[in-house]
Design a protein around this ligand. Structure first.
Ligand code: GLA
Length: 664
């Protein structure tokens, strides 16, 4: 990353650039407008396969040579993409077996994008061939500053080639069919496999799938995508020493194990489009950004795509409010992004995404959107000095792909067990409390966090249970929420009481019986608050009850417990508290754990996050998402305005933002 920001002389600003959709006159205007907007990085070639390789094995680089030279001449560096997310029609016709097949057996064809099976040998060969050809030609081109592999690895396939690759993966994982049968529990429903060939991807079937089967297929597919990424990355590295990454999908998609991807990219890159307007969009931005930083082990990362004026809200896109482009971009940069890029530079006039927003809208440069894009470019340029600085979090929310996948299984006791929703809620509650939060894997060393929350850790490995035990014993404060640690990594129930053994000891409880609540049912708790979704019959084995059930069959039994264990404290919450109760619990835990907000006593709607440099300097981002002006007692030089926040503090207008340079 340092190599990229060093080359750019600061943070990155720009977006996807698709000059092949336009003519020379527009290119000339692009040059001018990119200068006006302070664009220094353009992502080129993401969907250019059909132009770069018009026939199998015949390359045409002439147009790209000209575009890269032009961009370079205009002072814009290039994030050069491999175009493998959208194979051209000739590819389908030459390799029909490489087209993806859905779980119900429908074979898809070209006409959209992402029409390939990642496990298809023909596709993989074609992808590496074009990646190698690009790297060979442009590996030392002066315009190119980084490599962008593929686009949002996410497409899953259930075809015969996927089946063959799945079987190889299973053989490597289990060695013998007996081990596989044991792991999947195939003694149930007469599912025993007598040969490897009998195993298929979990295609459409009569009722519930085997949960071990579906979990392993998701693990396999993530590994397959990672292998496809690595092949292209290594092909590029043979010709270029520049950083290589890919743009990871939005937080709602969990096709990949992003902890593993985070280890294979030179820096993490994400796409992020908020899924709701207003303050929810700001919280969602923080959610996406904190994930990105965490998957990269805390190192600086890059926001590769966002919408200039788009918030996805269910069945429609809503326009961003004036100033939101700046606030969202700063929200990402505050949490470790080394810049802000968009999809895309110029709004397309044709094609499937012609109504997707862009930095230069259909109406041209004389628009609010372009003026805001240009102002943002200026703001990003003023922040160059904080490149390389990092974010320190006091709290962590546990995040594990296996748990998400396992909880995404049909046939669990309640359909309201919502993995992404539970994670978002825990993160949002900490965000509302002004506390900077990481995500962490349950098997990590968590000792640097004062508070760790496990909102939906349904599946927990033995190693994870031991790590959490160690964390509490060593002095940490841990909150474990309902139905956590109920199954092991094979999706087998934990026997002898929930959750997993070593975690049970740290929490001082034994879960005996789970009692999901009916849709809309609430259960009263001893302090007058209520729980929904879930309840559990718990026995305290060392823990003290903090709240108990006040109604229903579990009346008098513990609902929330606290256990001093070693030097730390393990809390267990066996129901889903209402929002006020959950916020109050989190506030109590933060206080007990000694975790403080970045700036105490902030007015509602003001977000504060700090980036720390190695030289003792730090940069405090203050973003006012609310509708009221705010006065905040902080001092420092605001990089955005060049003004010093004086003794009576900083005045932040409604919707305003400041980035104060301070000394730690
Ligand atoms: C993704 C893709 C882009 C574009 C945007 C639209 O992030 O990578 O190609 O489709 O979504 O929001």
């Amino acid at each position: 990353m340092q190599r990229l920001t060093g080359r750019l002389g600061g943070l990155a600003y720009g977006g996807d650039y698709n000059p092949e959709q336009w003519d020379e006159q527009v290119w000339k205007e692009d040059d001018l407008l990119m200068r006006r907007a302070g664009v220094n990085l353009a992502t080129v070639g993401v969907f250019s396969w059909a132009l770069l390789e018009p026939e199998e094995g015949r390359f045409d680089f002439g147009w790209l040579d000209a575009q890269l030279d032009r961009l370079h001449g205009n002072g814009v560096a290039v994030d050069l993409a491999t175009p493998t997310a959208s194979p051209p029609p000739w590819f389908t016709l030459a390799h029909p077996e490489a087209m993806p097949v859905t779980a119900d057996g429908t074979r898809l064809t070209h006409g959209s994008r992402d029409t390939y099976c990642l496990a298809s040998p023909a596709y993989r060969r074609a992808a590496v061939r074009i990646a190698s050809a690009l790297a060979e030609r442009y590996g030392t081109h002066p315009a190119v500053a980084m490599w962008h592999i593929h686009n949002e690895y996410a497409t899953v396939c259930w075809c015969e080639q996927s089946a063959a690759a799945f079987r190889s993966w299973l053989r490597a994982r289990y060695g013998t069919l007996d081990a596989l049968n044991d792991s999947w529990g195939t003694a149930f429903w007469s599912q025993r496999y007598g040969s490897w060939e009998q195993i298929t991807p979990p295609r459409a079937t009569q009722w519930h799938h085997n949960p071990g089967h579906t979990l392993d297929f998701r693990r396999f597919w993530s590994d397959e995508a990672l292998a496809a990424y690595r092949e292209q990355r290594d092909a590029i590295r043979a010709h270029s020493g520049l950083p290589v990454t890919t743009n990871l999908m939005l937080p709602g998609y969990q096709v990949l194990d992003l902890w593993r991807f985070g280890r294979e990219v030179d820096f993490v890159g994400i796409d992020h489009y908020p899924d709701a307007p207003g303050t929810d969009a700001a919280a969602d931005t923080a959610f996406g950004a904190d994930r990105a930083r965490s998957f990269g082990g805390g190192k600086p990362w890059l926001l590769i795509e966002q919408g200039a004026s788009t918030v996805y809200a269910g069945d429609r896109t809503l326009g961003k409010q004036p100033g939101e482009m700046l606030r969202h971009s700063l929200g990402h940069i505050a949490r470790g992004s080394e810049g802000a890029l968009f999809f895309q530079w110029r709004q397309s006039r044709a094609g499937a995404e012609l109504w997707h927003s862009a930095m230069v809208p259909h109406a041209g440069a004389d628009t609010r959107i372009f003026r805001e894009a240009a102002a943002l470019g200026e703001a990003v340029a003023r922040l160059g000095e904080l490149a390389g600085s990092t974010v320190r979090a006091q709290a962590a929310v546990l995040h594990d792909a296996d748990s998400w996948w396992a909880l995404d299984t049909r046939g669990l006791p309640s359909a309201e067990l919502d993995y992404p929703g539970s994670l978002r809620r825990a993160h949002r509650t900490l965000w509302d409390a002004g506390v900077t939060t990481d995500f962490a894997h349950p098997e990590d060393d968590l000792s640097r966090y004062r508070l760790v929350v496990a909102p939906a850790l349904y599946l927990l490995s033995d190693a994870g249970a031991e790590a959490l035990h160690r964390y509490v014993e060593g002095g940490g404060t841990l909150l474990v929420q309902h139905f956590c640690g109920a199954v092991d990594e094979r999706h087998h129930a934990r026997l002898g009481g929930y959750p997993a053994g070593p975690l049970r000891t740290a929490l001082g409880i034994r879960g005996e019986e789970y009692r999901p609540l009916a849709a809309g049912e609430t259960v009263a708790l001893s302090d007058g608050s209520t729980g929904t979704v879930w309840s559990e019959s718990l026995r305290c084995e060392g823990a003290e009850p903090v709240l108990s059930y006040a109604s229903g069959m579990l009346a008098g039994q513990p609902a929330l417990t606290r256990h001093g264990f070693g030097r730390g404290t393990g809390w267990y919450l066996s129901t889903r508290l209402g929002d006020p109760g959950y916020a109050a619990l989190m506030a109590r835990l933060l206080e007990d754990a000694g975790a403080a907000p970045e700036v105490a006593g902030l007015p509602e709607g003001v977000e504060a996050v700090r980036r720390h440099g190695e030289d003792g300097r730090s940069w405090l981002f203050l973003i006012n998402h609310g509708g009221q002006p705010a006065r905040i007692t902080v001092a420092g030089l605001d990089l955005l305005t060049g003004a010093e926040a004086g003794p009576d503090g900083l005045h932040l207008p409604a919707g305003g933002a400041a980035v104060l340079r301070t000394v730690d």
